[in-house]
Ligand binder design. Structure first.
Ligand code: NCD
Length: 318
C-alpha cells in the first residue's frame, strides 16, 4: 500500500497539534523548498490542479503574500478573498462563505481572522478542504512560529536549554503564544518581558519566566524575539506613550550587550522601528528579519505540499 505522509489531509491550526515527527518532516521539507526558491526557475507543478483560497479578515503583508506565492510556486491556483469588514465571527455568514467557496471545489483555506478559534471553526465546517491557520486573534499563528524556528535551525542554534526571550506586547500576540509552544517542545528555557499591562497573568502557566525589566530578560539570551506593539489593538492606557515604551522596553544595541555575543534577533514584522526595536539593531548583523521572510515562503510551501499531497517532495520534485 502507498504510504501517505502523516500531514496529508490535516489542518494546521495550532503548534500543539504537531508531534516532533511532524515538525521534523515540516522542517526537512521546508529546506527542500528553500533550495527550490533560490533556483532561477522556482515554479513546480507539484500542486497543479489544486485550488487554495486565502481568506483574510485582517490586514497582512508577509503572511498573505507568502502563502500566495508558496501556492503559485508549487503550481496551484490561488485566490485571494480579502475583507476588512466583519470584525466578529458571525457564525452563519462566515460559515456560509466557507461553504460557498468550498462548493467551487477549493482544496485549502488559509485563514486569518481577528477572532480566536476562527480557523478551528472553519475546519469543523469545511470538510472538503484543509484549513491552515494564518493567525486567529491573539490565539495562534503556527506558520509564523515554524518559520521563526526554521530560521534559527539554519543558524545552528541549539534550542535545548537555551535562554530564548520574547519582548513586547505579549497580551495581544499570537506570535508569542505559538513561539512559546514550539520552543517549549524543543526544551528551550523561555522568558517573556513587557509592561505589566501587556503581560497576561495566565502566561506563567505556559511554563515561561516573566520579567518586568528587559535587562533581566536579555541577560544571557541566545535568541531575542521582539514583537510589534500592536497599536491597533490597544485599548487606551496600556502604556503611557510610544516613546516611554521605547525607553523602557526597546531592544537596542546597548541592551543587546547583555545577551550572548552571537545572539540572534527575530521580529515577525511589521516593524515599528525606533519603538520595540532600534534602527541599528533591526539592520544590524544579528537580526534575521529578512531571512525570516524567506523562511516564511519555504515553510508555507512545505505545509501546502504536505497537507495537499500524500507524498514527501524530495530534492528533484516537480
Ligand atoms: C504578525 C501577526 O499578524 O500576527 N505579523 C505577521 O504575521 N508577520 C505580528 C504583528 O502583526 O505584529
Amino acid at each position: 500500500m502507498h504510504h501517505l505522509n502523516p500531514l496529508y489531509g490535516r489542518n494546521i491550526l495550532n503548534i500543539s497539534d504537531l508531534s516532533l515527527a511532524d515538525l521534523e518532516l515540516i522542517f526537512k521539507t521546508a529546506s527542500v523548498m528553500k533550495s527550490r526558491l533560490r533556483q532561477s526557475n522556482k515554479k513546480a507543478s507539484y500542486l497543479k490542479g489544486k485550488t487554495i483560497i486565502n481568506l483574510f479578515y485582517e490586514p497582512s503583508t508577509r503572511t498573505r503574500t507568502s502563502f500566495e506565492l508558496a501556492g503559485k510556486y508549487l503550481g496551484a491556483d490561488v485566490i485571494n478573498f480579502t475583507t476588512s469588514a466583519s470584525s466578529l465571527l458571525k457564525g452563519e455568514s462566515f460559515r456560509d462563505t466557507l461553504l460557498t467557496l468550498e462548493s467551487m471545489h477549493s482544496d485549502a483555506f488559509v485563514i486569518r481572522h481577528p477572532v480566536e478559534g476562527a480557523a478551528a471553526f472553519a475546519a469543523s465546517n469545511a470538510h472538503q478542504s484543509v484549513v491552515l491557520n494564518a493567525g486567529d486573534g491573539a490565539h495562534a499563528h503556527p506558520t509564523q512560529a515554524l518559520l521563526d524556528m526554521l530560521t534559527l535551525r539554519e543558524r545552528n542554534i541549539c534550542l535545548k536549554g537555551a535562554k530564548m526571550t520574547i519582548v513586547g506586547d505579549i497580551l495581544h500576540s499570537r506570535v508569542a503564544r505559538s513561539n512559546i509552544a514550539l520552543w517549549k517542545k524543543y526544551g528551550a528555557d523561555v522568558h517573556v518581558c513587557g509592561p505589566g499591562t501587556l503581560l497576561p497573568r495566565e502566561i506563567e502557566r505556559l511554563g515561561v519566566t516573566v520579567h518586568n525589566r528587559i535587562e533581566d530578560a536579555l541577560e544571557g539570551a541566545s535568541v531575542v524575539n521582539a514583537l510589534r506593539i500592536q497599536l491597533e489593538r490597544q485599548q487606551k492606557g496600556m502604556f503611557p506613550s510610544v516613546r516611554e515604551y521605547a525607553q523602557l522596553f526597546g531592544v537596542n544595541e546597548q541592551r543587546m550587550k547583555l545577551a550572548r555575543p552571537n545572539a540572534v534577533i527575530e521580529h515577525p514584522g511589521p516593524l515599528n522601528r525606533g519603538v520595540e526595536i532600534s534602527y541599528k539593531v533591526a539592520y544590524g548583523s544579528q537580526a534575521v528579519i529578512l531571512p525570516q521572510v524567506e523562511s516564511g515562503v519555504a515553510i508555507r510551501m512545505a505545509l501546502l505540499a504536505l497537507t495537499l499531497e500524500g507524498g514527501v517532495p524530495n530534492e528533484d520534485f516537480n
